[in-house]
Design a protein around this ligand. Structure first.
Ligand SMILES: Cc1cc2nc3c(=O)[nH]c(=O)nc-3n(C[C@H](O)[C@H](O)[C@H](O)COP(=O)(O)O)c2cc1C
Length: 214
């Protein structure tokens, strides 16, 4: 099936959103924790985290257009910090529920039963039930001209990860950490490693690092 721009534009809004949201492939599932000016907590699931660089360690989030109605955006712009907490299989239901449009004075922590976990001198809550938790300081904010989405670029200044899940090369074993992946806006996947490949070089054929599957 080949779909052109016209075919995509002709879909109903709901169908188009479901279709296009699945086209970038599997995405990460993160709970974004923030606090407002009076310390009230907010939690929202987001699938748009993208790695921007390792030195400094930068991640970006894409936030949908909108002004003050976007609680995460307003909080990050106010406090200058946010947390990313990997969704794991035990908290999928609670994590998904944070997408509901709760009024500003209702904390998604209270609404879903998840537990805020604070770090000293850091004005955004982590999620106690997550196994991988990051604290980020806002480094850059841009409202993109093309569709008015907001790009929030944060530097990772805190990372709480299970020591047993750090691989020999320093990478984090995401499957071992029970981190899930997302397709579209509603389907959560447990990951199964298939192969681990060595650094690619023009003069060498592709080589698996370990026996397959890893
Ligand atoms: C699976 C999933 C992924 C989502 N990813 C994003 C995202 O990357 N960016 C975004 O702005 N909203 C995303 N949303 C929608 C937000 O979770 C939703 O708008 C939420 O109410 C925002 O909360 P807030 O107003 O407290 O920030 C996603 C929703 C779901 C269900």
């Amino acid at each position: 099936m080949l779909l052109d721009s016209q075919a995509i534009a002709a879909m109903t809004a709901r169908r188009r959103a479901a279709f296009v949201n699945s086209l970038s492939g599997f995405k990460s599932a993160n709970l974004v924790g923030t606090a407002d000016a009076s310390g009230g907590t907010n939690l929202a699931i987001m699938s748009s985290a993208v790695h921007l660089g390792s030195h400094p360690p930068l991640l970006a989030l894409v936030i949908r257009p909108g002004g003050d109605d976007r609680h995460t955006l307003a909080n990050v712009l106010h406090t200058g910090c946010f947390t990313l907490n990997h969704v794991n299989t035990a908290i999928i239901e609670a994590a998904h529920q944070t997408a509901a449009r709760y009024p500003r004075d209702i904390s998604e922590f209270d609404a879903t039963g998840l537990t805020p976990q604070w770090q000293p001198d850091f004005n955004a809550p982590m999620v106690a039930e997550a196994t991988v938790k990051l604290g980020l300081r806002l480094r850059e904010h841009q409202e993109l001209a093309i569709n008015r989405t907001h790009l929030l670029i944060g530097e990772i200044v805190l990372s709480e990860v299970p020591e047993a899940q750090i691989n020999a090369d320093g990478s984090l074993d995401l499957a071992g950490s029970d981190t899930v992946a997302l397709a579209g806006l509603d389907t959560y996947y447990r990951s199964v490693p298939v192969k681990r490949m060595a650094y690619a070089k023009p003069d060498l054929p592709p080589r698996a690092v370990n026996s397959d599957p890893v």
